[in-house]
Write a protein that binds this ligand. Structure first.
Ligand SMILES: Cc1cc2nc3c(=O)[nH]c(=O)nc-3n(C[C@H](O)[C@H](O)[C@H](O)COP(=O)(O)O)c2cc1C
Length: 398
């Protein structure tokens, strides 16, 4: 199967089927000498695992990561060789798929795989299952640790902003949300009242044998300016590929996104401002900000040092446990009554997956920047380092 590899400098290949013996990833291009904290990696995996609350699928997987390659045996530092991270599947129940495996499940990948390959791993959806994202999350956890060593101010946080009709956007201060706040509720919505309504809505949909979709918000703080490659590998294009490659993700909105046309250009532009020395923000280089962030931290496909801010749309889970019209692979129109264990809403578990994909994009862009321009690169140092300003990082007035 082509298309299982993501990234160009930090290259991640995921492998494994939902009901096969194992899933995981191979990372090639990880810098050597990084002391990986495997307990932290495992804690990140736990945020994605199934069975963590009654809002998600009860499939019970520990998702314990085995490192088969790429790490020192004694010290745990990366060797620079391919890192293979393996997770054994333990709680597959293929029986529930057996009796209707010849029927194409509506809005699933079944027909597409058959049309493309002439056969498919019908047990649990094979590669189309969200089980594939185990490898992405493991790789993203490594990427995040690599980034933490170089950009200590970098902070990636995603949360559930909307489930079905319940939209918490207005109630959340997007710039202050922390992972601890997000993880405090099983919906992964950091605003309590909305979280409780979302929980009730998901449980009601589950009771009805139905499902819900929603929006997920991602903010990345502390991104250095200069990441992203003109022209085809713009940062926004890479992020879009990263997220739209996730199962059930159907749209991305960067910065003001689809609301942009509600303003004129004059209202919409993000004005620049050099921070005077008294207002310098810790860890920020250079001290140039925009006073609004309708660009979502990216202009011309390159990060501008403002937070990356985007929203993603996830569709309602395709598997619903009520009778549906469908068709089989032998030319018959037949009803489908699906069974099995499913997420009635994929959003709570999508949060760490989205954070992992963001880390993969950023680490890849950083390694590409370092390879071509060096590190630190001129734009990180600002006019002072380039000998162009008045010594304070603030251009002379006028
Ligand atoms: C975290 C997560 C969990 C998911 N769990 C389920 C599930 O339990 N049942 C289901 O039908 N789809 C689930 N999906 C989505 C399907 O894998 C996906 O919709 C399907 O393969 C068709 O692909 P598409 O929606 O990208 O077109 C999940 C997606 C994510 C991100």
């Amino acid at each position: 199967m082509a298309g299982s590899t993501f990234g160009s400098a930090f290259r991640v290949t995921t492998f494994g089927e939902s009901h096969g013996p194992a899933v995981g990833c191979i990372i090639d291009g990880c810098p050597p000498g990084i002391a990986l904290d495997l307990a932290q990696l495992q804690a990140f995996m736990a945020r994605r695992r199934p069975g963590q609350s009654r809002l998600v699928t009860p499939r019970d997987e520990e998702d314990a990561v085995e490192v088969l390659s790429g790490l020192e045996q004694d010290g745990g530092r990366t060797l620079g060789s391919p890192i293979l991270l393996l997770v054994r599947n333990k709680d597959q129940r293929s029986k529930s798929y057996e009796e209707w495996h010849h029927i194409y499940r509506p809005s699933h990948a079944d027909f597409g795989y058959d049309a493309k390959y002439g056969l498919r791993a019908w047990q649990g959806g094979g590669r189309a299952s969200a089980r594939e994202t185990v490898g992405r999350v493991a790789a993203g956890a490594v990427a995040e640790q690599v980034l933490a060593g170089r950009f200590p101010a970098l902070r990636i946080v995603a949360w559930v902003e909307r489930v079905g009709p319940i939209d918490a956007r207005q109630a959340i201060d997007a710039l202050s949300v922390t992972r601890a706040e997000v993880d405090a509720h099983p919906t992964r919505c950091p605003e309590r009242t909305s979280a409780e309504s979302m929980e009730a809505a998901i449980l009601e949909a589950k009771k009805q044998g139905d499902s819900l979709g929603g929006y997920l918000r991602l903010v990345v703080h502390g991104v250095p300016p200069g990441l992203g490659e003109p022209v085809f590998d713009k940062l926004d294009a890479l992020l879009a590929q990263a997220f739209l490659s996730l199962p059930a993700c159907k749209g991305i909105e960067i910065g003001s996104g689809f609301a942009g046309p509600e303003m004129t250009g004059l209202q919409h532009n993000d004005p620049y401002r050099w921070l005077p020395p008294g207002e310098h923000a810790a860890g920020r280089t250079p001290q140039l900000i925009t006073t609004s962030n309708r660009s979502g931290g990216i202009q011309g496909g390159i990060s501008n040092g403002m937070p990356i801010d985007l929203r993603l749309v996830f569709k309602p889970t395709a598997t619903v446990l009520q009778p549906q019209d469908s068709a089989d692979d032998a030319g018959n129109n037949v009803p489908l009554q699906a069974k099995g264990r499913h997420d009635p809403c994929v959003l709570p578990r999508a949060v760490p997956i989205v954070e992992a994909m963001a880390a993969l994009v950023i680490v890849d862009c950083w390694l590409r920047q370092r390879a071509q321009v060096g590190d630190p690169w001129p734009g990180l140092q600002g006019p002072v380092a380039r000998g162009e300003a008045d010594g304070a990082g603030v251009p002379p007035a006028g």
